[in-house]
Design a protein around this ligand. Structure first.
Ligand SMILES: [Zn+2]
Ligand SMILES: [Zn+2]
Length: 268
């Protein structure tokens, strides 16, 4: 999948000069099943969580476990699960808020009917590693009861091997690159590289930064104050996590607002 090597990037810029200014840097995280430690970047690994910060639970009305014999709605708050933990040292391209160097994402794996496209309910935390270590680390992270986990959205513990790549938009190409013009250029690109544009030029996997790999028309969120949010990270289906029909959850943040509001979209 599209970890865009320099030669592909060169062909993209030659065949689609309109896209060259849109080239972004993304860090693909390349999760592999393993046993990450608390002090390591991970997908689905144990988080370096401050002992004095209660582990988050989701009590959203109506969230449910989909079941062909009838959806089940838990009656109690459900512990969220660790999804992503990224230390600044492993992803230097990720701009952290002043003084912070640890990003953590947790979510409730159940489906939430309040969403336009029903999916998980993520929560983001920006922390300072030294502060967490100084305050003491939570060692017994509560896990949801088996019947309260929708395992299509449960990331298995994975170690990460981040690599920086170029990333181009899948949707949202400039107006002059539409219709026949686009089709012809796509053919030229395929002839030169032997690959499909989306597959070759778009980083479709779990990543930090770059573009959301929309498979549906883009649905960029705005923050509560009306700013268009930026794509922060994508967590996509892989390694036994199906995420519906091999979809992805895109996380967004607004850096123009000091409280860093976040939002997410589920794309499938
Ligand atoms: Zn929930
Ligand atoms: Zn904002």
């Amino acid at each position: 999948m599209g970890d865009v090597p320099a030669d592909i990037s060169h062909v993209v810029d030659t065949v689609f000069p309109e896209l060259a200014p849109l080239r972004r840097t993304a860090t693909i995280l390349r999760p592999e099943p393993g046993g990450p430690g608390r002090a390591e970047s991970s997908l689905g690994g144990p988080p370096l969580w401050p002992a004095d910060d209660p582990w988050p639970h989701c009590a959203e009305q109506g969230h449910y476990f989909p079941d062909s014999s009838g959806d089940r709605t838990p009656v109690r708050p459900v512990p969220m699960v660790p999804v992503l933990q990224v230390f600044a040292r492993d992803v230097p391209e990720l701009p952290f808020p002043e003084g912070r160097d640890l990003l953590q994402v947790v979510w409730c794996t159940l489906l939430h009917p309040a969403d336009r496209s029903e999916s998980v309910r993520p929560r983001l935390y920006w922390r300072t590693e030294a502060e967490v270590l100084a305050a003491g680390v939570l060692t017994d992270v509560p896990a949801p009861a088996v019947e309260d986990i929708f395992d299509e959205f449960l990331p298995p513990p994975c170690v990460l091997s981040p690599v920086t790549v170029h990333d181009y938009p899948n949707w949202g190409k400039p107006e002059e690159l539409q219709g026949e013009v686009l089709e012809e250029r796509m053919e030229v690109f395929a002839e030169r590289t032997g690959r499909d544009y989306t597959d070759a030029a778009c980083a479709l996997e779990t990543k930090i930064g770059g573009y959301p790999a929309w498979s549906q028309p883009p649905d960029w969120p705005d923050c509560p104050r009306g700013h268009r949010m930026e794509h922060l990270a994508s967590v996509t289906a892989d390694h036994g996590m199906d995420m519906g029909d091999l979809g992805g959850v895109y996380l967004f943040v607004c850096r123009r607002c000091p409280d860093l509001p976040s939002a997410h979209r589920y794309d499938c």
